[in-house]
Write a protein that binds this ligand. Sequence first.
Ligand SMILES: [Zn+2]
Length: 343
Amino acid sequence: MPAKRRKDNGKGSDKSHPNAMRGSGAGGMRGSAMHAAPGMSGGTSMPGGGRPGGDNEGRPNAMAGRPGQGQAMQTGRAGGGAGGAGGQGSPEPPRRRTCGTLDVHHRLLIESAEYRAARADIENATLERMALGPEARFAGVARIPVVVHVVWNTAAQNISDAQITSQIDVLNRDFRATNPDVANVPPVFAGLVADARIEFFLATTDPSGNPTNGITRTSTNRASFSDDDAVKSSATGGADAWPADRYLNMWVCLLGGGLLGYAQFPGGPAETDGVVITHTAFGTTGTAAAPFHLGRTATHEIGHYLNLFHIWGDDGTGCSGSDLVDDTPTRAAPTPGCRPSPT
Ligand SMILES: [Zn+2]
């Protein structure tokens, strides 16, 4: 991720771009855009923001102070958030990348005064943090404990531990800029690539303090899920979140309607905090299916979880929408597929 500064254009309270970090913590990561993951940009978060910043051994919580990396992630519903994510829709693997994060964001903005206030608070804290300069950045590597909730209706959806591990491996390469394809970042952006200094690991201690492999498995009667958060509650056929201030919750299930995944931006309800990925776009083995078998859907969605916005600003097809990070110019829409240079 590029070490960029976020555009300070006073849009913090903008409905579409509250651009905020998950707190004011150690990060200094204001504005990092996922590079080759042209999908988003924004800031990240820290302690205080509710993200699990440390690991189970009690290391300090904090995100890396710098964005970094490049991924080939092209997500997003073109035009920005229009269109719903399918509900009990088609069970086929998605053929086109779609991301439901903005739908969730807009829903929470409408429904929750607490969310609106939290977004503003996070934004303000981020600006304050950025004002402290690079010296205030967290100097270490943030290690985030992850719990993967596998919610399955068919045996195939009950993905293997190996598939889950393959996803964690991708995340650790992408967020440390050690992914081999970082070499494909277009020259115009190459100088912005940086190590975000964020690592992920499957939790080794559950919320009760008992040993765990960081994976829960729940059978469900539901044929598929949507971005309505049903997968995040046992009462609606899903699996309950682990405490969001201690774990990054990742749900893996079958998402309908061509939806690859979605995240909740910082500032939302703890019980729905985290990311959801359809099983055929999760990891690099098992049921992961081309072209979404590279693990980049989770990279993209965790970018949102860390407060990154789509680089096209989610303003429909206009060119005025911004991701509030100044490493890339404003864009009208996402660029699908993997391309050798910006188009
Ligand atoms: Zn997205």
